[in-house]
Design a binder for this molecule. Structure first.
Ligand code: PHB
Length: 364
């Protein structure tokens, strides 16, 4: 029976365990939207993870949607991330960067020249974001023109190249939580005509083209993808047929040979099987469309994570909040030790408090 502590090959990497650190937005980037010494310490403390996936990191200035989130497009950002990856590798760890474009979940005050956010659509959701002035309604977006899509794909390619220059072991493309890529996937948002709107094939086209471009640039074995077929996070209704949409997408991507697919089950930070869903999502059927490593996430703990692995539902489990407050999560799970609860008041923004000051078992 597979256990959390069994090694596994993910792309070119041999992971010593199946306990992954999920991407976690912490809004502590320093001037220039890059990591500083605090991030170096934070990620190094968590190097016991089978693989760290960094906080969501924008691929371009237009990809930003919140205050003080880091980017991976400028040479200064690459140099700053190099400090992080060197520290994680020195501590024996492995680290991917999550490549993010928020699309319409943004505010003009965060964008170059006060620009409107870009999306698949001109429709604004009721969502809010956090900008310099505090919580604000997101700004009205504008639909990208088809002629702008090659430039967007180029931004992803450039960010993936920058990630390798910064010493990352690979990248995870953020296709979840109703940010830009899911704004193209779902028919509840995408109201376009043309090659990127309408049919499932057309709505999936952008993600497929981005994954292909990154695979050519850095290798599919260094590239993962995160999806969230059922979440209504960011005030976004579900697709009319999520099962068909996501099975098509994953089937299209399977021949590329990606390192993994990472699925948030159900509502992000909420129930894995939401009761208001018209039909429960069949995650096993989605997994059957893919021959690479399969990662699940959302609220897993010491009891149900081993069960999901043993049942063959997943090869890897990503832990979010437990990794905030337990830098030595792998050791604690192995020891059957109690997990420290995180303090939500220090999740977003601030300094060392609630970030690098959670003790390990030994230092408590
Ligand atoms: C957030 O900033 O709250 C956030 C960012 C990325 C996610 C989810 C939440 O995927």
């Amino acid at each position: 029976m597979t256990s959390l502590f069994d090694p596994i090959q993910v792309g070119d990497l041999e992971l010593p365990n199946r306990i992954l650190m999920a991407p976690l937005t912490r809004n502590r980037a320093v001037a220039g939207l890059k990591p500083g010494p605090l991030q170096v310490e934070y990620y190094q403390q968590r190097a016991g993870a089978g693989l760290i996936i960094t906080e969501a990191t924008q691929i371009s200035p237009m990809g930003q949607g919140y205050l003080d989130t880091p980017g991976i497009y400028s040479t200064e950002q690459v140099a700053a991330w190099r400090q992080v990856t060197d520290a994680v590798h020195a501590a024996g760890g492995r680290i991917f960067v999550q490549l993010w474009h928020v699309g319409r979940i943004s505010h003009s005050s965060l964008l170059p020249g006060g620009a409107r956010p870009v999306s698949s659509t001109n429709q604004r959701p009721n969502a809010r974001t956090f900008a310099a002035e505090g919580f604000v309604d997101v700004s009205p977006p504008r639909a990208l023109r088809d002629a702008e899509i090659p430039g967007l794909i180029e931004d992803y390619r450039h960010a993936a190249r920058s990630a390798l220059d910064a010493g990352f072991d690979g990248v995870e493309v953020h296709g979840a939580n109703n940010y830009l890529l899911e704004q193209f996937l779902r028919d509840s948002v995408n109201d376009r005509d043309g090659p990127y709107g309408g049919s499932i094939e057309n709505r999936a086209r952008l993600v497929v083209e981005i994954m292909q471009a990154i695979a050519v640039e850095i290798g599919a074995s260094r590239t993962g993808l995160r999806l969230s077929p059922m979440t209504t996070f960011n005030d976004t209704p579900r697709d009319s047929d999520p099962q068909a949409l996501f099975e098509h997408l994953v089937s299209q991507l399977d021949p590329l040979g990606l390192a993994y697919v990472h699925v948030i089950q159900g509502e992000t930070g909420g129930p894995r099987y939401p009761e208001d869903a018209a039909r429960p999502f069949d995650y096993a059927a989605l997994k059957a469309c893919f021959s690479g490593c399969w990662m699940l996430n959302n609220g897993y703990g010491p009891d149900d994570a081993p069960r999901a692995l043993a049942a063959g539902e997943a090869d890897l489990i990503a832990f979010g909040r437990p990794f905030i407050s337990n830098p030595d999560l792998v050791n604690r799970l192995r020891a059957g030790a109690p997990l420290a609860p995180p303090n939500p008041e220090t999740f977003y923004g601030g300094g060392a408090e609630g970030y690098t000051d959670y003790p390990t078992l030994e230092t408590r």
